[in-house]
Structures are given as structure tokens and as C-alpha cells.
Design a protein around this ligand. Structure first.
Ligand SMILES: Cc1cc2nc3c(=O)[nH]c(=O)nc-3n(C[C@H](O)[C@H](O)[C@H](O)COP(=O)(O)O)c2cc1C
Length: 213
């Protein structure tokens, strides 16, 4: 099969994308409106970027009517957000926060999650998440305006929080974190079926310290 995406309806392109790029970790993003209403929603187009500075990104698409999602509206206004991690323990309640509530309605209140004050930013953290990363906005790249267009939100992590039982001296273990991944459709995966594979050596390789990237 060979297909030019421009010949496909947008919905089918979306389905193909999420069935091809997987599993995807889930950024559970809390933001706050200029009037102080907290907002929370999951985003699986999510990854880290760099350690110096410590940066990450996620991609809120536009709604079908072309409007921006509440998360993006708030980040444009306040320049701050928190990435909370979704895991096996909070999966169901995380999913509930993806329902489309009107702007200004707090998913924390609607689904019964506990907001924790952040230290460096105004949006609250999610108590029920094992890791919370407070972020300052670095950049928003809008790939396309309008229905199902996309935006990449790049943030700098200015404070990192981890539950004591997963911190492990700065080396959290996936066995403790129990993060989940989003697959195609309504499928999710656990991260329990893992295997080890050391990086290979080759002639004229850089020193060991530079290899761990
Ligand atoms: C696990 C999961 C992952 C999601 N990932 C994305 C994503 O990467 N990008 C996106 O635009 N929407 C994604 N969604 C849908 C948003 O969560 C949903 O549109 C939500 O209502 C947006 O909320 P907001 O308007 O409060 O920002 C995802 C939903 C779920 C359940």
C-alpha cells in the first residue's frame, strides 16, 4: 500500500497517524485561565526535547470548528502549564478529563481530582499523579490554523516533583511509575512487558559518557 496523505480525508489521516506512532506517553496537562479557573486534559502527542535546558513538548490540535482547545488558550494567555504523568492508577480518571467541558469549567472539580499548589507556576498540579513537571512556555509553533490544524507547545521544566516512593535517587523505575501509553482507537498499553538491550560499541566511538543519549 502506498498512499499520499493529501488524498485522504482528514479523519482517516488522523487515524493513520495514531495507529502508526505508538505507544505514546500521556502528558496530563493542567493550566489556568486568566480568571483563575483550572483546566486539565490529556495529550499523547508528547515527548521530551532536551536536558539543557530541561524541555518537553506536546501538541494540542485545533477543535473541529477550528477553535483552540482550552489548554492552548490558557497557555497563550498565562505562558505556564504543568505536565502530570498518567499511569495505571489514574488512567480512568485521566480519561474522564478528556471530555469536552465548556471553557472555564474545571475538570478537577468535575471528576474529583485534588489540585496541589505549584511552587513556580500558577496552574495547580494533580495530586493523583506520581510525577508533576511545572513548565514555563518557551514557544508555540502553529503548524496550521483551522479545523484539526496543529500546534506544538514547547515548555521549560522549572520544577520537578516526584512521589517519594518512585523518586529512587533521581532514577525513577518504570516498575514503580507504571506509566501507560496510548495506542490506536481506544486502546492503551501498560509498560510491564519490557526487555533490556545495551548500546553497542563500535570502533572510534566517543567516550562512554557521551553515548547515553
Ligand atoms: C489519552 C488521550 C490522549 C489525547 N491526546 C491528545 C493530543 O495529543 N492532542 C489533542 O489535541 N487532543 C488529545 N486528546 C483529546 C483532548 O484531551 C480533548 O480534546 C480535551 O477535551 C481537550 O481539553 P481542553 O479543551 O480542556 O484543552 C487526547 C485524549 C486522550 C483521552
Amino acid at each position: 500500500m502506498n498512499i499520499d496523505p493529501s488524498s485522504m480525508p482528514v479523519r482517516e489521516r488522523y487515524a493513520l497517524l495514531i495507529a502508526s506512532i505508538l505507544p505514546r506517553p500521556i502528558a496530563w496537562v493542567s493550566t489556568i485561565s486568566p480568571k483563575g479557573a483550572a483546566n486539565l486534559a490529556p495529550f499523547s502527542f508528547f515527548t521530551g526535547i532536551s536536558a539543557e535546558p530541561m524541555t518537553l513538548c506536546f501538541a494540542p490540535a485545533n477543535n473541529r470548528d477550528g477553535s483552540n482547545k482550552d489548554t492552548l488558550i490558557n497557555i497563550r494567555e498565562t505562558k505556564q502549564f504543568v505536565v502530570n504523568l498518567a499511569n495505571e492508577d489514574n488512567a480512568e480518571i485521566m480519561n474522564k478529563t478528556s471530555a469536552k467541558y465548556p471553557y472555564g469549567v474545571s475538570e478537577f472539580e468535575k471528576v474529583g481530582l485534588t489540585p496541589l499548589p505549584s511552587l513556580r507556576v500558577r496552574p495547580p498540579r494533580v495530586k493523583q499523579s506520581p510525577v508533576q513537571m511545572e513548565c514555563e512556555l518557551l514557544q508555540i509553533i502553529t503548524v496550521n490554523e483551522g479545523p484539526l490544524g496543529g500546534n506544538l507547545v514547547i515548555g521549560k521544566v522549572v520544577m520537578y516533583h516526584a512521589d517519594d516512593n518512585i523518586w529512587n535517587g533521581g532514577n525513577p523505575r518504570h516498575q514503580d511509575l507504571k506509566t501507560i501509553g496510548r495506542m490506536e482507537g481506544i486502546w492503551y498499553t501498560r509498560t510491564r512487558d519490557v526487555f533490556e538491550m545495551p548500546r553497542p560499541d563500535a570502533p572510534n566511538q566517543p567516550p562512554e559518557a557521551e553515548k547515553n543519549q
